[in-house]
Design a protein around this ligand. Sequence first.
Ligand code: MTE
Ligand code: MOS
Length: 771
Amino acid sequence: MKDNVTITGSAHTDRIHDSAIKHVTGAADYTDDIAQPEGTLHAYLGVSTVTHARIVSLDLSAVRAAPGVVGVLTAADIPGHNDISPTGQNDEPVFPTDLIQFHGQPLFAVVAETRDAARRAAELAKVETEALPHALDPVAAIEAGYPHVTAPLKLERGDVEAGFANAPNRIKGRMVIGGQDHMYLEGQIAFAFPGEDDEVVVHCSTQHPSEAQHMVAHVLGVPSNAVVVNVRRMGGGFGGKESQMNIFAAVAALAAKKWNRAVKIRPDRDQDMTATGKRHDFVVDYDVAFDDKGRIEAVGGSFAARCGYSSDLSGPVTDRALFHADNAYFYPHVRLESRPMKTNTVSNTAFRGFGGPQGVIVAERMIEEIAYATGQDPLDVRKVNFYGGEGRDLTPYHQQVTDNILDRLVGELEQSADYRARRQAIIDFNAGSKVLKKGIALTPVKFGISFTATWYNQAGALIHVYNDGSIHLNHGGTEMGQGLNTKVAQVVAEAFQVNFERIKITKTTTEKVPNTSATAASSGSDLNGMAALNAAEQIKARLVDFACEHWGVAAEEVAFLPNRVRIGEETLSFDAFIKAAYMARVQLSAAGFYKTPDIHWDRDKGQGRPFYYYAYGAACSEVTIDTLTGEYRVERTDILHDVGRSLNPVLDRGQVEGAFIQGMGWLTTEELWWDTEGRLRTHAPSTYKIPLASDRPRVFNVDLADWSENRELTIKRSKAVGEPPFMLGISVFEALSMAVASVADYRECPRLDAPATPERVLMAVQRMKGA
Ligand code: MTE
Ligand code: MOS
């Protein structure tokens, strides 16, 4: 036995992603890598080529007659419920029966011997329709009197009318904020295997296996216990696989049961982009009153969102936009309302930050407006408005902010990024530079952690210790590249004091942990880490009891040391100890459970404590723009981000870097564009530009605030990291804004919509010059 003094891969240590080597060598298995059994069929979706219309007839005879086609699936082939709406609003059919509601809407599926045959046949449908007028964006939808897809939320605190009436300054503005395609490397996919009786097993790229299971059961008209959903890993989800996999899982399962053969469905990238939902774009009208020092006195905001044709997750997404419309700032009097508008576009969905980023950027825009209006450095306006101080700790939803660390965090970043001196140097540079102009901005983020649907804040895990001492770990979370499995395994390794390599991380399956929540809201490690720890503690308690009984010692004399166990005077290897426990018939398997304490939320009142805690961060970005073309680049970004006591600093830094770049992409080059007919024209990487490696900041300094510790009893005092740093990308947007403002000597805050593409930057420069 090796007498290790420590274990490998314990919590709070750097540990590469457990699949990192498999990712880069191509050995990692994704759904599409699963060996196809003899007779596997392939499904493909046939989609609408009109935007809003009554269906007069759907003639699929040419589709059926095409070479290789086995059959088609329409609404008529659904034995259960023709609905996959994730919130039970019954507004999202698998296939519509009488109404087409967006261009690219799936109308039927064709099932063929090969994917190619299915794809070609899908083009041959003859659909006769009667056109209806359409509304594509939230403003058009409001004008057309379209309904909300779900009940709006209102948050109110203080006396808003008096706040506005008494303040010396007031600015109103409108900001249009674009959406974003998830652009996960692995697209949507499902592969279904029929079983006996009503059973079916579906392998699916999903962040939410339990929902895929429940939806498949609902559509098939069978109980949930007939359906198993598995996912080993995703090649990225980013929120796009929280509900958007439902149609693929349902179609694969329907076809598998109908033809009693394995069925795979994998859309191409164009169909993936046109037929599945994206980040919500918003049109926000804001109204802010402030004193002469730039301190905010009252805020009003109306947040209209393009939700698409159905509710999907638009309720919670637009709620979260309001929850983050304060970002890091105290609003003495505030009234915010959401307008989740129905539109004739694909139904928008979760995307990293879940509406939060759209709220945060509005807060940051208001700060910039105030800074220009009062002639101050925007950083000073940010600081005077931070939460904190006498009577300045209540959010618009009446939760108290008790853990704010932004004063210290922003102060440290200001120093390490040398913000003040660089800002002055930039102002000097701009004064002498005709074509190239620079800008710099330091923006903070405060992000609430927990699902606002309180019941979602629960998790389960299952641990087996086999009698050779090896450990099998399963939990309800899913792995999408973020490193959740690595972190949870670290927690378990530390609990048992065994090397990380001893733990086998297995696929997520609805058979092992039931009724799981989506791996979302950044809460994967918070929830599943705790559930796994709970399972480990149960097994350890039994092992301690066994040791006391077998060796006749007191519990205090049993210690789990690195890869061994000390019992009284004796020390055994972990393996030998486990073997002895097995021989004595100790149960070596446990199901763990966790639910987040102390949270509650009353949506009707708009009050509660929806978040267990907040995660914080700040970024400082410097950009250069070319005022003749609008092109720009990010010269340098410095980040200081709070992850509490990091479970794994190297993975957390990866999350911070990736989130920043994705946030920057959202606000710069990623533009979704629908034509007037409702066709999404940016439907492939050819027309939709995500950041490349060459777009990263030339200098990129990323640090974790290693002094931070979660005040709440989260897993090892860590904090969630998946989404909060996405909003650090806002520093790039505000730096671009400053560069634009320089052409008119910073007299006013440029009105800049997102994304700030080179075209928009150029137009803003010209507007400012004309002003
Ligand atoms: N990181 C990678 N590599 N791939 C992803 O798909 N999704 C993000 C974030 N980081 C994502 C990612 C989103 S939207 C969320 S909610 C969290 O990871 C989910 O995982 P977690 O709860 O384990 O942080
Ligand atoms: Mo993340 S948008 O909560 O999947």
